[in-house]
Design a protein around this ligand. Sequence first.
Ligand code: PLP
Length: 365
Amino acid sequence: MPDAKLKSRPIQALIDLSKLEHNLTVVRRYAPNARIMAVIKANAYGHGLLHTAQALKKADGFAISELNAAIRLRNAGFHHPILLLEGFFSTAELAQLKRYHLTAVVHHRAQIEMLSASEHKGLDVFIKLNTGMNRLGFSPKEFSSAIQSLKAIAAINQLSLMTHFADADDPNGQEKVNKQLQCFNTITAGLNQPRSLANSAAIIRYPHTHHEWVRPGIMLYGASPLTDKTADELGLKPVMTLSSKLIATQNIKAGDRVGYGGLFQAIRPMRIGIVACGYADGYPRHAPTGTPVLVNGQRTRTIGRISMDMLAVDLSHIDNSEMDSPVVLWGKGQPVDEIAQLADTVSYELLCALAPRVTKKYSGT
Ligand SMILES: *Cc1c(COP(=O)(O)O)cnc(C)c1O
């Protein structure tokens, strides 16, 4: 027995870095002629910025939203192009872009004005066209004047073109994607700057959108970007496995209820397990009874409401389950996409929302 004093709350996120490398090669297989800008915003979708960047160092660039994270990458010795997906927010940040050689998305007039007034030369930018998502970007009407202004600014070095699809994940989204693509092609016709359009879903579904730079995010982490295909079917392997252990078992009688609100009621005597994992770890509170979970490598289900620190599982059909039996909440053997779908969300949210209190353990380097 290990020293009881050294034992602690058993939840962990195991991050297998070799799977990041594997998924990057899958991206290359789907988009053999494009450069790959690995999207590592939000702490690399919850996987840890620097470990992830290191495992993805064969990518051709990184895309990220947070300036401080971009600076951390530079300070850690990464020389890749680094694209700031929301650009910059103040003139003061332009000095940082220059100093750390960071590329910014330019999506708004206010940014062009800051660039015009800047004394910093040699900045690389991606100008963003709003082709229908209506989140960031110049409208088709504004675009030509925006690009003329940028070309006239001495501060600008390399200019690239980008847009973002709203419906690439949807199996019935083809018409909408093509409408955005046509808008992009029309507005950028005659320009010969590098182009970047495709996120993970478009990388897989729409090869004609690849162009010079693709921007994969979720597929690098081994979850499916498509609503009609599993990660496994796409050749992707999960990077993060959220694991814990049984910290208690209970034998309950017919009619006994489990957890807050007693949402689950046993219809026959049964054995249940309590897992050290709850919504304060990032497990979704809205996961209903029946959400799959592995105990001792065998598939069972959650029962009752998810608590802050714990959840309950059905042990009726699990062999040799006892205190300390291993539990996998998602990851290897239990796709995070299944949990996300049952909890009415997407894998992205579950991965990003992994709580800081969960220790990450890295392997596979
Ligand atoms: C997050 C993001 C991506 C990556 O999207 P995935 O669906 O994770 O592949 C690509 N482009 C932009 C602009 C993004 O914000």
